[in-house]
Every structure is written in C-alpha cells, then in structure tokens.
Design a protein around this ligand. Sequence first.
Ligand code: PLP
Length: 382
Amino acid sequence: MSDATEYEGRAGDGTRAVRAGLPEPVKHEPTLPGPVFAAHFHLPGEVTGPYTYGRDDNPTWTLLERAVGELEAPGREDVETLVFASGMAAISAVLFSQVRAGDVVVLPSDGYQVLPLVRAQLEAYGVEVRTAPTGGDAQLEVLAGARLLWLESPSNPGLDVCDIRRLVEAAHAGGTLVAVDNTLATPLGQRPLELGADFSVASGTKQLTGHGDVLLGYVAGRDAEAMAAVRRWRKIVGAISGPMEAWLAHRSIATLHLRVDRQSATALRVAEALRERPEVSGLRYPGLPDDPSHKIASRQMSRYGCVVSFTLPSRVHAERFLEALRLVEDATSFGGVRSTAERRGRWGGDAVSEGFIRLSVGAEDPEDLVADLLRALDASAG
Ligand SMILES: *Cc1c(COP(=O)(O)O)cnc(C)c1O
C-alpha cells in the first residue's frame, strides 16, 4: 500500500487520473466496481463500520473519495476526502461545521453567486462576515481575528486570481483556517492543499465530471478533527450523493486529464481570437500571458481552465451573439465537453455588466469553435 502511494505521488497527471481510486484488482471483478445501491447494509450484532447505514457511508463514495484525494493530494495519506450531493452542500458543510456564533468569516466579494445567500445565513446565526475582492489579495486586509478565510481562485465568473500561498501564510499566522473553492481549476489545474490550505472544496458538477449530467461536491482536508466535523455535518444534514452520481463521477475522472488539457488549450486559442475583436472588451483568461491574473496563476496553477469571460457592448448585442452560436449552447454551468455560454447578468447577483459573457470552452475541435464564435460575432454586430 505504501508502495502504491509512493508511485501515485510520482506518476503523471494522466496516469493518476485513469487509475485514481481503483481498488486492487480481483479476479472476475470489474476494474471499477458498479454503484452500490443500498439504504442499509447487513449488520449483525455490534455496530461497527465501515458500512452500516446509507446516509453515513457507501462503498461507491469510498472509491470516489479515494480518487479525488489522490488528485488533490498525490502521495499524501493524511488527507481525507468526503463527497456531497452538490458543490453547495460541500461549501456549506465546511462553513457551518467550522464556525460558531461570534466568529468572523472572510468571503470573497466576487465569488460564486450563491455566496451572498450563505453570507445572510451565517449572519442569521450570529457570525460576522467580511468580504473583499479576490484580485490584489484584498482579503488580506480584512483578515484580522477571523476563524475562517474562504478563497475562490480563479473566481467565478470574473476570473481573478489571488496568491493562495501568501494568503494562507497570513491566515495561519493569525490562527485562521483557509478553505479554497477549487471548482474552476480542478485538482489537475491547482492543488490548494499543497499551497497550504486546510480545505480544498469544489463542485464536481462542473469540469470534474464534465458531461453536464451529474451534481456533486467534495471537501478534501488535512486536519482530522476538522474533517470529523465536516463528516458529522454530512450525517446530520444528509446532503449525500446518490450512488449512481458518485459512480458516474468516478468514471468521468478517468478522462479528466484529457478533457482539462484539451479544453484549456482550446480556451487559450479562443481567448487569443476574441482579443482581436474590437467589440470585445474586458477579456479575461488566466492563461493569456498579459492577463492581470497570469503572473500569480502561472506560479500556482498547472492548467488555466476552460472558462473565458468577456464583455460585449450591450445586453442586446450579447443576446444576439448567443442566439447566433451553433456549437455553443446558451446554458449556465461550465466545464462540460460541449461548449456553453451565457449572459451572466440574466441571473442578477454577480457584479457584471449587461453585456458580460461567461464562455465555457468544450472539447470540440478548436478550429470549429473559433470559427463559430467569430461568425456569431459578425452576425450580431449589425
Ligand atoms: C457551481 C459552483 C458552485 C456550486 O456547485 P453546485 O454543484 O452547483 O452546488 C460553487 N462554487 C463555484 C465556483 C461554482 O462554479
């Protein structure tokens, strides 16, 4: 086992992705065992683990949790991973299990659009919430005395980046725990635990699973006591993943490396093409060498993700552009193998202008995708 862990720590990302979480081979058994559908398990006599009741644990989760752990923290046995029904279930599990009335929490002001609702709920429970933007490491300025610092880097949808290591050092110096929302980067783009964070939390609904057919979340953490509280939260709230979703997620992780490589490479090409267009402003992609995020991103990320954001001159212009696209579906979420885009302002809640577009680059041929985007820009210009 320790040999396997050592190997796993040294292997390349593709090798680790295809093998992540697989059990030891057993003659006549499948490589990845199918989903275990069970509300309860045979339990004669004393109550002992691992599998007793389906809200507490499930063998399909166990394999997926190992897989995610091997990607978030290769070769490290002190990291525990827990899967949840959704990214929000995972985020809430960390925040609500780690903080108490009277504590201070620092959130990004430009993070995922549900964070303001989380903020209101924390405040209703007597937690003080401070916010600051992701860019420029502005959260440093409101850190004093906080119990928990929540980072989202790159941020969704603005694609700003903060210096995770720098923020972790400042937070830990003051006894503050740090959680990083790693949804956009995926563990093949960034490993927050290796940058010092206490928790890496993500929505598996996006690129981790990548086919737009599963909702999932996870928390990976280094501190056994803190993770026990997260596990307890999962048990009392019951925000658990179904075995089928967990199995689909595990199956999808086998292609994570292929998808992330392909989609990041195409996203860079798309960003380069969009940059040439006069009607496009505010173009952001952390992989572009002159992007404001690039310098820090290049130090802490190994791949820059599949999301490109930019602004068209007006709401109407943006709507015409989305309508003219043929290969890009007008839909929310991101990270799937089929490209999607949306006018983010239609939801309200994000501080973006009316023409702001969040584009998620899929696995189509880059030439086809770039041609479709340019054609749609031409068609919407008039
Ligand atoms: C989508 C998303 C979430 C929430 O995940 P769900 O699986 O939809 O609950 C959290 N953080 C970020 C950055 C996201 O993009």
